[in-house]
Design a protein around this ligand. Structure first.
Ligand code: C2E
Ligand code: MG
Ligand code: MG
Length: 535
């Protein structure tokens, strides 16, 4: 500027031009060095960054992790894309793991209640018929209580594997919790549902080798069908559950739902309420059914049968209320009362010079109690009954529920001098191995074999072979439910030594039993029949 101010006019103009050019050059340089990098940054990075932002927005919008970040460029942005993709992969994997955990049962790996409910909903939406089966292992609690939870877990895993192996195509097996499994059978109508479920249960029948012990595990199942029984999902499950409980109460197997079961469930819960405090209210009593020597007709013992006379429900059958008492843990108290009552009566007969062996039914739950044998010993001591005059009846199901503990208890009881009978023989497993292994004195041939045996050669063959087996093993046989003279003749011919049934006497109260025995003496002539013999 000094140059321009002090210079002649021409130079002055030149100077201005030069300065302007200089200024323009500086401006151009400034623009070149600031805008160009900005444009480059915009072109190369900001636009790519924008794509990353869009990806993030897509991820957030869609809520799933299927989109991936661009990884091209081989620069820091490319590396960032790779790192973000790796993060997404990892998140996706843990999401899958969580979803798997939320819908699956950890122990068996089967779908759980949640997954089952979803599939049930989907099936309903499709509108094709399907069946729901609930399968529950019988007396699983007994396995857990006596063999421990590890064996229990192993049983569940093995049962799950067996059932999975037997599933028809398209069916879904889930574990709903505890020892309860559920099966969805798509396309299976009401006419096939029970048979399909039975086929599944059959796969559980073979022994389960758990590593430490081999167990015979049985299961019961209830079946409901869509759309016949109900169109509502939760009702279908509830009905299958009701049917399953009925199956359990009637000795296992498969039960298809019917409307009567809902009424039964109502009655059951009413009975359950009334059953509490039943002993204190004096509503229970014992009936005694004489056991007779078939050849001589002499009474050799009696079976104590529990009776409940409820002011609300009237006379309730033990077949109805004992399972409830077992389930609700009331059977210990009730069972102990039965034992004491029966032993007290038998001790009175013993003191009166007419020893009569009394048989008492023992439930699986009682047998599982660690102190059972000790409690029996205490009752014998208190009542003064000779142990040889007490017989305990156990069912195969009760014993199988917990073979080891049952065997130990029965051995201890026999060591006391108490005898043991296997009740309802032929209706449960009828395992010859079991009969060989158990400490037993007697087999009680179930009523179903006696019923109609006089007209049915097949039943006769079964009775004959059971008698033969018992003879070979040194066991006595009592035939149950003898109703006709023809049955008596048949059993005598086949060599059955003892029987009980309506032909001789119905279960009698204490007084009626006394009269029955007095009549027997009178008829036979007190000295002719050896009534003091106890078999
Ligand atoms: P159970 O031990 O097999 O008893 C025999 C059942 O057959 C009794 O039924 C008896 O009344 C019935 N009965 C006897 N003779 C005949 C006959 O000729 N024809 C027919 N149709 N039936 C006959 P009840 O008294 O209803 O007992 C049912 C079951 O309840 C018993 O079967 C037993 O398993 C159980 N129970 C009874 N009392 C007790 C008890 O004190 N404790 C336990 N845990 N269970 C018991
Ligand atoms: Mg019995
Ligand atoms: Mg029986």
């Amino acid at each position: 500027l000094a140059l321009v101010v002090g210079a002649p006019r021409e130079d002055h103009a030149n100077g201005v031009r030069t300065a302007r050019a200089l200024l323009l050059a500086v401006l151009a340089a400034v623009l070149l060095f600031t805008l160009l990098p900005m444009l480059l940054v915009e072109g190369l990075f900001l636009r790519r960054l924008g794509r990353y932002r869009q990806q993030v927005e897509t991820l957030l919008r869609r809520g799933h992790l299927s989109t991936r970040f661009p990884t091209s460029g081989g620069d820091e942005l490319g590396n960032l894309g790779q790192a973000l993709n790796a993060l997404l992969d990892q998140t996706e994997r843990s999401q899958e793991r969580l979803a798997q955990q939320a819908a699956h049962d950890e122990l068996t790996g089967l779908p759980n209640r949640l997954a089952f409910g979803r599939t049930l909903g989907d099936l309903r939406g499709r509108g094709e018929p399907f069946a729901v089966a609930l399968i529950d292992l019988d007396d699983f609690k007994g396995i857990n209580d006596t063999l421990g939870h590890e064996v229990g877990d192993e049983v569940l895993r093995l049962a799950a594997a067996r059932l999975t192996g037997a599933l028809p195509a398209g069916a879904l097996l889930a574990r709903l919790g505890g020892d309860e499994f559920a099966v969805l059978l798509p396309g299976v109508g009401a006419e096939d549902a029970s048979a399909r479920t039975r086929a599944l249960l059959d796969t559980l029948a073979a022994p389960l080798p758990t590593g430490t012990v081999t167990l015979w595990v049985r299961a019961s199942a209830g079946v409901s069908c869509w759309p016949q029984d109900d169109t509502d999902e939760s009702a279908l499950l509830r009905y299958a559950d009701l049917a399953m409980y009925r199956a359990k109460a009637t000795g296992g197997g498969v039960q298809r739902y019917h409307a009567g079961l809902s009424q039964d469930a109502q009655r059951r819960s009413e009975l359950e309420r009334s059953l509490r405090g039943v002993l204190g209210r004096g509503e229970l009593w014992l009936a005694y059914q004489p056991v007779v020597e078939l050849g001589s007709g002499a009474v050799v013992g009696c079976e104590a049968l529990l009776r409940w006379q409820s002011p609300v429900h009237g006379a309730v059958s033990p077949a109805q209320f004992i399972p409830i008492a077992e389930e609700r843990g009331l059977i210990h108290e009730i069972g102990a009362w039965v034992l004491r009552e029966a032993c007290t009566l038998a001790a009175r007969w013993q003191r009166g010079g007419r020893p009569l062996r009394v048989a008492v039914n023992v439930s699986a739950v009682q047998l599982r109690g660690a102190h059972f044998a000790r409690d029996v010993a205490a009752i014998l001591r208190d009542t003064g009954l000779a142990p040889s005059l007490l017989e305990l009846e156990v069912t195969e199901t009760a014993v199988m529920a917990n073979l080891c503990a049952a065997t130990a208890q029965l051995t201890e009881l026999r060591a006391l001098g108490v005898s043991v009978a296997l009740d309802d023989f032929g209706t449960g497993y009828s395992s010859l191995e079991l009969v060989r292994e158990l400490p037993l004195d007697k087999l009680k041939l179930d009523r179903s074999f006696v019923m109609g045996a006089e007209r049915d050669p097949r039943r006769q063959a079964i009775v004959a072979s059971i008698l033969h087996l018992a003879g070979a093993l040194g066991l006595t046989v009592v035939a149950e439910g003898l109703e006709t003279p023809e049955q008596r003749e048949l059993l005598l011919t086949l060599g059955c030594p003892l029987a009980q049934g309506y032909l001789y006497a119905r279960p009698l109260d204490e007084r009626a039993l006394g009269e029955f025995l007095r009549d027997e003496r009178r008829q036979a002539g007190a000295t002719e029949v050896n009534i003091s013999r106890v078999v």
